[in-house]
Ligand binder design. Structure first.
Ligand code: OSB
Ligand code: MG
Length: 380
């Protein structure tokens, strides 16, 4: 008699054998301009965690310089080398959901922690043979998506909005800053009066601009994303009381406690989730619980990630609290060629969740090597 094959998911400690930190530089198809700068390409930290013959991937969303939030690639990789990686080698990991609290004594540095945590999650899910979304509690197999358009001349922007709407994108977001707002919104609204339209200021305004920001009410925006300072809640609460358009916070939200504070202050009523800003999946789960309980809409933001970070975002956005279309649009909008073998492409405004264990994507090794700036393999 043969023993029955039982798919027992063993709950045992992962031994972490090796961690690779790889810096890649991938050109954008066109320069992406926001109120904080113009970028011609992506410099990303790719983390590979190897455990007992299985590997998993994470991506860090910090930039070389701290233009979005304060973390940098140099600072983040330094913390990985000095503390996060040695801790994983020393203690392994029972379950990736434990790492957020385990690393809480290391203050801040959410993007560094997340890059490593996501690689452990992917590795863990691949070892268990389940898709990441299943571990997260995500039931959807596809997610609705919108598109974030960088700042471009008005005529070009209007044409781009129309193109994205024709492709089926569920929402269009325009990047704005003072002097680059009303004219563009007017032009877009004239051609597309009924689309779900939002704007993202990336902290370019101050409370001196209340009159101007109130004048945006006539464009019936779904929400205004992060109009004021990148770490502020109090001024956003003052602004929210003086305009009709809902505020969505991005940069200012860095933890479950900050989301709770936003709600208590009335600083915003919509949450942009970027797992890297929050410090990992456990933090997002706690925020998800707060938002679902209070009926606060969440959506999945993006940082023009490569296929690894994009696939992570897609799995994350399958959770039921992500009720607005996210920024996880087709990879081909951003990159002529990506580092994953699978093409992450939306059709009719819907992005399918990659299938298979873990992230469900594999690396295009030859291309990855072409775009690699440096590789460092750490061992116990
Ligand atoms: O504020 O959402 C943002 C890109 C880089 C940094 C910040 C932001 C963005 C985007 C692009 O809006 C979203 C995407 O397509 O990934
Ligand atoms: Mg934003």
């Amino acid at each position: 008699m043969t023993a029955p094959r039982v798919a027992v998911v063993k709950n045992r400690r992962m031994r972490i054998d090796e961690i690779e930190l790889r810096i890649v530089r991938l050109p954008y198809r066109s320069v992406f301009k926001t109120s904080f700068g113009a970028e011609a390409g992506k410099t990303a930290v790719l983390v590979t965690v190897r455990s007992e013959g299985v590997e998993g991937y994470g991506e860090g969303v910090m930039d070389q310089l701290p233009h979005y939030r304060e973390e940098t690639i140099a600072g983040a990789t330094g913390l990985m080398r000095d503390a996060l990686v040695p801790d994983l080698f020393a203690s392994g990991c029972d379950h990736p959901r434990d790492l957020y609290d385990r690393w809480a004594h290391l203050r801040g540095n959410n993007m560094a922690k997340t890059a490593i945590e996501l690689a452990v999650w992917d590795c863990y899910a691949r070892q268990q043979g389940v898709p990441l979304r299943t571990l997260y509690g995500g039931e959807r197999t596809e997610i609705p998506v919108g598109a974030s358009l960088g700042m471009n001349p008005v005529a070009e922007t209007v044409a781009s909005v129309e193109k994205h709407v024709a492709e089926g994108y569920r929402r269009v977001k325009l990047k704005i800053e003072p002097g680059w707002d009303v004219e563009m919104m007017s032009a877009v609204r004239e051609r597309c009066p009924d689309i779900e339209l939002t704007v993202d200021a990336n902290s370019a305004y101050t409370l001196d601009d209340v009159e101007l920001l109130r004048s945006f009410d006539r464009f019936h925006l779904h929400y205004i994303e992060q109009p004021l300072h990148w770490d502020d809640l109090v001024d956003h609460a003052k602004l929210a009381k003086q305009i009709d358009t809902p505020l969505c916070l991005d940069e200012s939200l860095t933890s479950p406690a900050r989301v709770q504070a936003m709600l208590e202050l009335g600083a915003g009523s919509v949450v942009n989730v970027k797992v890297g800003r929050f410090g990992g999946i456990t933090a997002v789960h706690r925020i998800h619980e707060i938002c679902v309980a209070q009926g606060v809409p969440m959506w999945c933001g993006g940082m023009l990630e490569t296929g690894i970070g994009r696939a992570h975002n897609i799995h994350l956005a399958t959770m039921p609290g992500f009720v607005y279309p996210g920024d996880t649009a087709s990879a081909s909008r951003t990159y002529a060629r990506d580092i994953t073998e699978q093409q992450l492409e939306a059709s009719n405004g819907v992005m399918p969740v990659p299938e298979g264990p873990g992230l469900g994507v594999t690396l295009d090794r030859p291309f990855l090597d072409e775009v690699t700036l440096s590789t460092e393999v750490l061992r116990p």
